[in-house]
Design a protein around this ligand. Structure first.
Ligand SMILES: [Zn+2]
Ligand SMILES: [Zn+2]
Length: 166
């Protein structure tokens, strides 16, 4: 946390401003083996409507990890569309953002918001592509690169479960 990415929204809450634009670049912390190469680009439009803070915009991050299936490096663009309503007057218990300090008082923590949004947009298992063929269970070859000769026979060998006959 070397730099602060907190935005003072008191002008919005006080009615002095209609819209606030936020353009920031925030580092995303490593998460379960996935690193984020460049700072995430955050573009937000903040409004205060009906006593709620409306947050709309986008976050773009660059995730670097390892494919769950073939163990190759993966470089994945993560794009998040934001359309959130936060109640600046609520106490933060029971709020989806409650445990963090995304919003505390008149300050919106853009880095914290971006971190949560990016992580929530991450796929459960990072894959290099939708149709990654993975590694051969027998010889360990990366089947995206080299179709190996054992690939065809492998699954067929394992059809018997030891004599449970119908
Ligand atoms: Zn893969
Ligand atoms: Zn093989």
């Amino acid at each position: 946390m070397s730099r602060s990415h907190r935005v003072d929204i008191s002008g919005l809450l006080g009615g002095g401003r209609q819209v606030m634009l936020v353009d920031d670049e925030v580092p995303i912390e490593e998460f379960e083996g996935t690193r984020f190469a460049n700072a995430a680009k955050v573009h937000l439009q903040l409004r205060y409507v009906d006593r709620l803070l409306h947050i709309e915009g986008t976050v773009d991050a660059d995730a670097l990890g390892i494919c769950d299936s073939c163990m190759e490096n993966v470089d994945r663009d993560i794009h998040v569309d934001i359309d959130e309503r936060l109640d600046p007057h609520a106490d933060r218990e029971g709020d989806p953002f409650g445990e963090s300090n995304v919003l505390s008082g008149n300050r919106l923590d853009v880095a914290d918001l971006a971190q949560q949004l990016v992580l929530s947009a991450m796929p459960m298992g990072l894959r290099c592509s939708e149709n990654c063929k993975g590694l051969c269970g027998m010889c360990g070859a990366n089947k995206n690169v080299t179709p190996c000769s054992c690939a065809d026979t492998g699954p067929d060998e394992i059809h018997s479960h030891g004599g449970a006959e119908a």
